[in-house]
Ligand binder design. Sequence first.
Ligand SMILES: Nc1ncnc2c1ncn2[C@@H]1O[C@H](COP(=O)(O)OP(=O)(O)O)[C@@H](O)[C@H]1O
Ligand SMILES: CC(=O)OP(=O)(O)O
Ligand SMILES: [Mg+2]
Length: 435
Amino acid sequence: MSNKTPPTSVLSVNAGSSSLKLQIFVIPKNNDISKPKLLLKASISKLTSPPAEFTFKNTESDKYAIESQTLEKDINSVDDAFHLILEHLKKDESGFGAPKLDQITHVCHRVVHGGELGVQGPLVINHSVVKELEELTTLAPLHNGPAISVLKATSTSLKNATNIVFFDSSFHASLPDFIRTYPIDQKVAKERKLRKYGFHGLSYQWILKNTARFLGKDVKETSIIALHLGSGASMCAIKNGESYDTSMGLTPLEGLPGGSRSGTIDPSLIFHFTTHPSTTDQTPASIELSHAENILNSSSGFKSLTSTSDFSQILATNPPTQETTLTINIFLDRILNFFGAYWLKLNGGKGGVDAVVFSGGIGEGSPKFRKMIVDGFDGLNGGFDELVDGRNNNEDGEETVYSIGDGGGKVRLLVCKADEELQMVEECLADTKLW
Ligand SMILES: Nc1ncnc2c1ncn2[C@@H]1O[C@H](COP(=O)(O)OP(=O)(O)O)[C@@H](O)[C@H]1O
Ligand SMILES: CC(=O)OP(=O)(O)O
Ligand SMILES: [Mg+2]
């Protein structure tokens, strides 16, 4: 329920497939509502390649700070992670610079799949919204369930707060019909809402607005190829400020491979892979995740090719093994497939691409992998910036967007640090309909 008061203290929660990231912002009294102040940042990562890692930073006090702690306890779900962070927050309350947990007025939640709800943009939750989201769980099996469980936990533990959901899929409402439509029976497709939705949209919105700012361009005139390479990886062709194509589809399984996801495969492979496919005559509401779908989401991708879903470990294996080399080559190859396609679709050869932007844990964290990708652009002869090693290796840059190229090309090479949490908070503060 909305409490109809302007936000003064906002908690923002991002339940990813391998991590939970959380930030708290305050709007100091008499201050501009568009300038939230970061009070606290916490994350638990490596949930799918344990042991998990905990970080906690209160900008006002170091008393309970945790730079990076390997968790001994069996923390391997977003739910566990949320409760652990909540316990730590309660301990930290005494050291809080400003509001206590019960003074949080608004909670922003990243929900990956919004289905048709997602087209409307962010929503204040009520029972019917939660019910609709629950029905979408099977369409984002690694994400929606955990996000709903955090949503329920904050509704119970932060009773005074308004809970708002922000959808990863909303940014892709602009996909043209010939891109969003799968060539299947259209009656069935419409009835069951089977189409490309696309995800990582909060990240793409953040990348777009910050890249436009960096380039000094209007968002509506900015066209980029963005790569969000995290535990789940996707790419997006953004044309004049709108999503024109993206690699994920009906679910976050389509497109690039990821930590535990296969990405695109021949759909018939499912029937050769499993001896327990779901039967086809179930109604959508009663369909459980099939065995095969579960395998493709949870035990495929990097994890099935090497011993880990943690890409930093795969890149760091020295000397590389046959398995790590194969994994890296597969990921690179699929990225270049999409890159070539998006370059054509955006008319890159005729100046239709302003920048290539890397983001997500891998996109931000690995100069080595960025260089491999950029080397793959050679054949396009596309007027890209030259990669500058000193810039590409810049690990401590504080800026949200920075250049890794020489700046002399028609197509800039940039890194943008993902911040889906702040993206949600900025949207929340800007949209008075939400409070
Ligand atoms: N410095 C790094 N170099 C390469 N990969 C990295 C680095 N830091 C994190 N990663 C990888 O990023 C992925 C996690 O990305 P992230 O965007 O945080 O995940 P999530 O999808 O859960 O939001 C993991 O595969 C991790 O190994
Ligand atoms: C949509 C998706 O795959 O998200 P994440 O990378 O956070 O798991
Ligand atoms: Mg993420």
